[in-house]
Write a protein that binds this ligand. Structure first.
Ligand code: SF4
Length: 287
């Protein structure tokens, strides 16, 4: 005991030596290993590595990736990328259709006028019975504003819309022989008809490759980088410059439907998006 007590300073300084003296060699070997384990320096986790200690190569890679992303955003989409976007849309849905119901050019025009600040589903509910009694300008004028209001009162701004629909029907009879004109300026002169409505009618009723920019299309064009613009007109003109000819007619339907069901306003479904690898949006949601 005395010898052990006398060696206490050495034990503190070198436990392996002391334990080796007190225990058989093979046990001492394991024991000292265990004893030493806590003092073995741990491999630093990634989190623990301060930026200052990160390898220069990793930092350079991050900087390069950020610069490349900025460059891609600034330079916009290449013609090959734009082609690829529409090729993929076409592969998935070769003949996209709008969701507003109509039976002829006139009812299409009325449906689009009614759809301003309303959902297609809500408009369809109202127009199904309406178009059974008024599918021509003459019948709409005969129906009159008050009875028309009864059909569309579930749609927002219905009073104003009823007034416009009767007035535009009257104008079609007086100036266009009761026909819907295939002409943008003539359409835009009709009450309640703006550029977007005219574009939808020209495209869907007459097969003219116009691009009607609604809120969904505006968002998709800006996020993807297809056409960046602050106004619907800027986006429309931007798209007209870049959409390849074979895809012009259906471009607006593909983009509207993509915005409505995938590239949603609050939470885009980037993980399910077929053009995610091309899209320039910086805040993509995870898969
Ligand atoms: S990747 Fe995301 S942001 Fe880009 S188009 Fe697809 S859904 Fe929209």
């Amino acid at each position: 005991m005395a010898a052990n007590s006398g060696a206490s300073a050495d034990v503190a300084a070198s436990p392996a030596v002391m334990v080796g003296e007190m225990l058989p060699g093979f046990i001492a070997c394991d024991y000292t290993t265990v004893m030493r384990a806590p003092t073995t320096p741990r491999k630093p986790t990634r989190k623990a590595i301060s930026p200052a200690r990160r390898p220069a190569k990793a930092i350079a890679n991050t900087v390069a990736a950020k610069a490349a992303a900025k460059r891609r955003k600034r330079d916009g989409l290449t013609p090959q990328e734009i082609e690829a976007i529409f090729f993929r849309f076409h592969q998935v849905e070769p003949e996209p259709k709008g969701e507003l119901e109509s039976v002829n050019a006139f009812t299409l025009l009325v449906a689009v006028v009614l759809s301003a600040q309303a959902t297609d589903v809500g408009v369809n509910k109202a127009t199904r019975p309406l178009f059974q009694v008024a599918d021509t300008p003459q019948k709409m004028v005969a129906l009159g504003e008050e009875r028309l209001t009864g059909y569309i009162k579930t749609i927002g701004l219905f009073r104003n819309k009823a007034k416009n629909v009767v007035a535009l029907s009257q104008r079609l009879i007086e100036e266009h022989g009761g026909e819907v004109p295939a002409d943008r300026e003539a359409l835009e002169r009709l009450p309640g008809v703006g550029r977007k409505t005219a574009n939808v009618v020209l495209n869907m009723a007459f097969g003219i490759p116009t691009i009607a920019v609604d809120t969904h299309l505006f968002r998709v064009a800006n996020r993807t980088g297809l056409a960046v613009g602050k106004t619907p007109l800027a986006v429309e003109l931007g798209l007209e410059k870049v959409v390849p000819d074979p895809y012009r007619l259906h471009a607006h339907h593909w983009l509207i439907l993509h915005g409505r069901y995938v590239c949603k306003a609050a939470k885009p479904l980037c993980g399910k998006c077929i053009i995610a690898d091309i899209c320039r949006f910086e805040h993509k949601t995870p898969a």
